[in-house]
Design a binder for this molecule. Structure first.
Ligand code: CA
Length: 244
């Protein structure tokens, strides 16, 4: 089971959109619906979905054109896309994948198959959206039990974190050694970048560092001046090498 994800369904056929939404809801996800590519773009401006299901044949802008435009935008290029289509020609499949889709599913499909494919793209693209344990340099976060632990030698200690700090740490650890801007963190951790100030990120980073300070790991969350934040175990590895 993956944890609840916001899934944007872009489908102009109401009966299919409804069927998809019901199945996704049943699986514990939060479906959002858009009847056209244009509407999808408006939704995405406010809320960044975790996965997009895009019908190929849409009125106005096509599903393929929507996939291309999302891939061309830095803010949306990492969102997993699954194209839905009645077509099954090999050439169409290639065209869909060329446009930036992660996967392709031909109608009619079973809900089970669709959910399995959603899980697969999430695992590939967004490890922080699955409930698999992430471990870096003795520090681990386990989304299924919502626990963060630090292990040193044979000693294991739990780190107490608020819900936002937990999500933030999980995201940073799933994407280590990379700089994340405050805007990107708002999009990925809060899922909404419109109504929250970037300063909020700094507040939660500060709390996260204080919590990590309980196990002397505060230095793993680095500030990159003028750019954002980075989770790193390299400074720690270098210090250990010097000490040894
Ligand atoms: Ca359609």
């Amino acid at each position: 089971m993956s944890i609840s994800s916001n899934i944007l369904i872009v489908e102009d056929e109401p009966s299919i959109a409804e069927l998809l939404a019901i199945n996704l809801q049943h699986a514990g996800h939060c479906p959002i619906r858009a009847g056209s590519a244009e509407e999808a773009l408006r939704v995405i401006r406010d809320v960044l979905p975790d996965v997009l299901l895009i019908d190929w044949m849409l009125p106005g802008m096509s599903g393929i054109a929507l996939a291309r435009s999302l891939r061309a935008d830095a803010r949306t290029k990492g969102i997993p896309i699954i194209l839905l289509t009645a077509r099954s020609e090999e050439g169409d499949k290639v065209q869909g994948l060329d446009a930036g889709a992660d996967d392709y599913i031909t109608k009619p499909f079973s809900p089970k198959e669709l959910l399995a494919r959603i899980r697969a793209v999430l695992r590939r693209r967004s490890p922080q959206l699955t409930d698999e344990l992430v471990e870096v340099a003795g520090l681990s976060v386990d989304p299924s039990s919502r626990r963060a632990m630090y292990k040193k030698g044979s000693e294991s200690q739990e780190i107490r974190l608020g819900p936002t700090e937990f999500k933030l740490l999980h995201y940073l650890m799933a994407h280590p050694e990379r700089v994340h801007s405050r805007g990107a963190l708002l999009d990925k951790v809060w899922g909404d970048h419109v109504f929250i100030e970037e300063r909020t990120v700094d507040v939660h980073i500060k709390r996260l560092r204080e919590a990590l300070g309980q196990v002397q790991c505060a230095d793993m969350v680095e500030t990159v001046r003028g750019a954002g934040y980075r989770f790193t175990s390299q400074a720690r590895a270098a210090a250990a090498a010097t000490a040894a």
